[in-house]
Design a protein around this ligand. Sequence first.
Ligand SMILES: NC(=O)c1ccc[n+]([C@@H]2O[C@H](COP(=O)([O-])OP(=O)(O)OC[C@H]3O[C@@H](n4cnc5c(N)ncnc54)[C@H](O)[C@@H]3O)[C@@H](O)[C@H]2O)c1
Length: 424
Amino acid sequence: MSSTSNPKCDIKDEGLSPQGKRRIEWAGRSMPVVEEIRQRFLTEQPLQGRRVSACLHVTTETANLIIALRDGGADVTLCASNPLSTQDDVAASLVKDYGISVFAIKGEDNPTYYSHITAALDHRPHISMDDGADLVSTIHSKRRELLTEIIGGTEETTTGVIRLRSMANEGVLEFPIISVNDADTKHLFDNRYGTGQSTLDGIIRATNLLLAGLNFVVAGYGWCGRGVASRARGLGAKVIVTEVDPTRALEAVMDGFQVMPMLEAAQIGDIFVTVTGNKTVLGLQHFEKMKDGAVVCNSGHFNVEIDIPALEFLSTGHAPARDFVEEYVLKDGRKIFLLAEGRLINLSSAEGHPASVMDMSFANQALSAEYLCKNFNAMPKQVIPVPAEIDRSIAKLKLKSLDCHIDDLSNEQTEYLASWSEGT
Ligand SMILES: NC(=O)c1ccc[n+]([C@@H]2O[C@H](COP(=O)([O-])OP(=O)(O)OC[C@H]3O[C@@H](n4cnc5c(N)ncnc54)[C@H](O)[C@@H]3O)[C@@H](O)[C@H]2O)c1
């Protein structure tokens, strides 16, 4: 599958590096916060001597983070956090132009995906950097000898944080993890605006469908779902939201969306997107009700939100209709189109989030790694939020890069906000 005999990497083709380098630099133009951190890292070397194993989507934005970590003194190895999200030209450039070990090939099968995680862990990390907690769960289940050297880790996404919290609650988490996802400068922007735009981008690139006038069903009205629903509405789709949480459902109603159970939505939807972090959100009972030609896809972290075995069970067969579109023919003759094997549509058929929003997510990653190096001795073996001062500093740097200025509180206002005695 790969074209290299370099034991420090397993990538598709080193020859793709010139295009990868140009695209990494293009993304870097929209990542001023990471660049400012990288410049400071170059002089201060806060990660000096630390080995980092990162399991992230291998994209142009991730490349800029990895370069910043390297310039801060870290020895970094990168593997993919999803079999379909790797950009092979970026992997090539990281290896060839920046001297980073990368283990990632777009379209790799499951055994290769896990062999790449093993290879990244053979780096014997001091810090694990996850998107979905695959490194941490592998360390705890199969590579416990690595625990002696690890000082901590970071986690990028909602699903990973849920997995890690359940490890911490069971008392089995063996090192501190900073939950980057929970920073305001991460989920308020990345999950909402990033997933919102890039999910639509993925669906459109895969299908070239006109969204205007279609019934567009969004399962889950969390941070990602809000973004997807609002962007689909912006393109003229009639958006329907499904939820299990009454408060979020109410919010969707008051945001102007139709809300109904999935069994009802299944009968009228033209396009379905799952973004719940849950499993079997679209299953047998829904496929049985769908219209001929319905398109189903997922933008949640794992490919378990759409029950693909159930779709296969109902079908006489399936075949590619075009890149990233698989046509399933049901026994009654209806057709259902599954995009990108039910994996993250925005990273499979498009390029993931735009760099400008990953600038903030990855600034959180870089500063959290620095924080771990300075404070790991005093940190509990728990899932820990990004410190508020880091979160705030990223918002300030991003505003500065946008040349956007805001007001300061006057002394009188600060005192007023801290007091309880003043009324009408
Ligand atoms: N595609 C991407 O690039 C990307 C980016 C960020 C996060 N994610 C992933 O997207 C998923 C959602 O993340 P989030 O930050 O929006 O989480 P969230 O917790 O804010 O929202 C998830 C929502 O789904 C709802 N839900 C759960 N089960 C449901 C069901 N059966 N039917 C309908 N709704 C249901 C929950 O009530 C909740 O409101 C996670 O897996 C996360 O890791 C993907």
